[in-house]
Design a protein around this ligand. Structure first.
Ligand SMILES: [Ca+2]
Length: 556
């Protein structure tokens, strides 16, 4: 019953969850759960486990040493990966940041998700109040919920912000464009901007110019590091006081864990690492490597993430709550490093070789490389270590978290993989298919993973391509002509899996139709204005962002 893979309409999701909530309020919740729950996991777990979900931004498939990286090390993440379940056939919900996060939070694939690309016709779009997030599901069953990091699915003062989507605590960048910088003038805390005066003056021009330029043409703009490998942040008067946002996030995560040690918590830690632009407070062990600066920075950024995760795990061990905490770790989309190194589109890095074998990468949903991600789950003494080939997507996480918490989730596109986590393969339901669409570089594309097949249509007017990825990992040989029955089923799926979105491009829409949607958004005053990294809140001076009034996002 948990994590049903079917789907009717968005409204049925809301209704089903609402009905369940009503029963809970009437004191019938446990009876309902007992009646509806096929799994007996909840009964067997002595208490609701804490859930820590670490979402790495733009991680490459081979950015962890446990996943094949040979040039730099990630020992803390490796320890979790090698002692947990490593899903070898896991996919993000989308090939880019915002929709991947929307899919993770709501359990919907791209045919149903509220957020379907980094921008809709009206800009960086947001979740609506009626959307049910994993935080709301867990909060409804007694969890304290926290979000730290990069949100991206609700600009300040919209109904999509984390504190209106089930999070008791939130800290970080709500506007994901602002997360493209690491020395912010302010961060959002529980819906309000909190100034960071230590960073006033930071020069983003250097960083922005740096981003995407070929590494051999960077002498005029590259970041400056002293002889010890420490960053000299451009424009910040007292370098030692500068606040690297990831450090702030890590401190907040430790504080959240300490504060909530005695009750079940859900912490969604959406780190901005190693997303560019490449910059790090300390090149550390890589400062003297015979590499160009960008490679040193990327390796140091991965090291920074790794140390932060190590601090969290160490703290939980000290607090004796590690045994009762399920730790999820995943990348949010496919290969991206080419973009920060000025390389050709989706070109693998010759030094790090971190792309993995799948074609394409970030921004395209046509090929596996856009959505194939590292994904593992660690649970001390509860999960048996090893690889697992269960085909899953990050839109399964909501159903899984609900299952672990012993609560009925709303109807989503996900299927709980809790039986796999707890070594009960006979109870594991499987997807008939996984589905994707959209992507900044592939706005009309639709793709399906079904058994050994990867199929995609770049546009509804074009033929569907079909690859047997069990034999052809790089998707080189289109075998559509040999399998008309499979193509027929994929054609049906492309219709049945998609519901039209009001603001995003639907596959096959004409330029005229898209322009009409944009016109409608402008006429209704619903354009969403994003900002650049290190702009001040509402365009005000750096002195008093906390004084700003509501509806600020439209003024940014
Ligand atoms: Ca990303």
């Amino acid at each position: 019953m948990f994590g049903t893979g079917g789907y009717d309409r968005m409204t049925s999701t809301k209704r089903a969850f609402g009905e369940w909530h009503t029963l809970t309020h009437l004191g019938l919740g446990m009876i309902t759960v007992a009646m509806l729950c096929c799994s007996t996991l909840a009964k067997e777990l002595e208490r609701k486990p804490n859930i820590l979900f670490i979402f790495s931004d733009d991680l490459s498939y081979r950015d962890l040493s446990s996943y094949g990286q040979e040039q730099f090390r990630t020992p803390n993440l490796d320890r979790l990966a090698m002692n947990g379940i490593r899903f070898t056939q896991a996919y993000s919900g989308s090939p880019e940041c915002a929709p991947s996060r929307g899919s993770l939070m709501t359990g919907m694939h791209m045919g149903h998700c509220r957020i379907r690309a980094n921008t809709s016709v009206r800009g960086q779009d947001h979740l609506l109040s009626e959307d049910v997030t994993v935080a709301e599901v867990l909060k409804g069953t007694g969890y304290t919920t926290g979000f730290i990091g990069k949100w991206g699915i609700g600009l300040p003062c919209t109904e999509g912000v984390p504190d209106k989507q089930g999070f008791d605590f939130s800290y970080g960048y709500y506007d994901q464009a602002r997360a493209h910088g690491f020395f912010p003038h302010y961060l959002m805390r529980n819906g309000k901007p909190e100034p960071i005066p230590e960073n006033y003056g930071f020069n983003m021009k250097r960083v922005n110019t740096y981003n995407g330029r070929p590494v051999d043409r960077l002498d005029d703009v590259k970041n400056i590091y002293d002889v010890h490998g420490h960053l000299v942040p451009d424009g910040i008067p007292v370098a030692a006081s500068a606040k690297y946002s990831e450090d702030l996030f890590q401190d907040e995560a430790l504080s959240f864990i300490k504060t909530n040690r005695d009750k079940p918590f859900f912490l969604y830690y959406a780190t901005q690492l190693p997303h560019g632009p490449c910059i790090t407070p300390d090149l550390g062990a890589y400062k003297d490597k015979p590499w160009d600066l960008k490679h040193k920075e990327w390796a140091a950024m991965m090291g920074h993430l790794d140390r932060g995760v190590g601090r969290m795990v160490d703290l939980m061990e000290q607090l004796e709550i590690l045994e009762n905490t399920v730790i999820f770790f995943a990348g949010d989309n496919g290969y991206s490093q080419w973009g920060y190194f000025g390389s050709s589109l989706h070109e693998d890095d010759p030094l790090f070789k971190n792309k993995g074998p799948w074609p394409n990468g970030k921004f395209t949903s046509t090929h596996e490389g856009g959505v194939r991600v590292p994904f593992f789950v660690y649970w001390k003494d509860k999960i048996k270590a090893g690889e697992n080939d269960h085909i899953c997507a990050l839109y399964d996480v909501l159903a899984t978290a609900a299952d672990l918490a012993g609560v009925m989730p709303p109807k989503t596109d996900g299927i709980s993989f809790a039986p796999t986590l707890l070594a009960r393969p006979n109870e594991q339901r499987t997807h008939e298919y996984l589905y994707w669409e959209n992507g900044t570089f592939s706005p009309h594309a639709q793709s399906v993973r079904m058994n050994q097949w990867w199929a995609y249509g770049e546009h509804p007017s074009k033929p569907i391509m079909l690859y047997d990825i069990s034999q052809d990992i790089a998707s080189r040989n289109d075998v559509a002509k040999d399998h008309p029955d499979v193509i027929n089923r994929i054609t049906q799926i492309f219709t049945e899996a998609h519901t039209d979105s009001e603001w995003y491009v639907n596959p096959g829409e004409s330029k005229t139709q898209i322009a009409a949607k944009r016109k409608k958004a402008v006429a209704s005053g619903s354009m969403q204005r994003s900002t650049s990294a290190n702009t001040t809140y509402r365009g005000r001076t750096e002195q008093s962002p906390a004084d700003d009034a509501p509806n600020a996002a439209s003024d940014e």
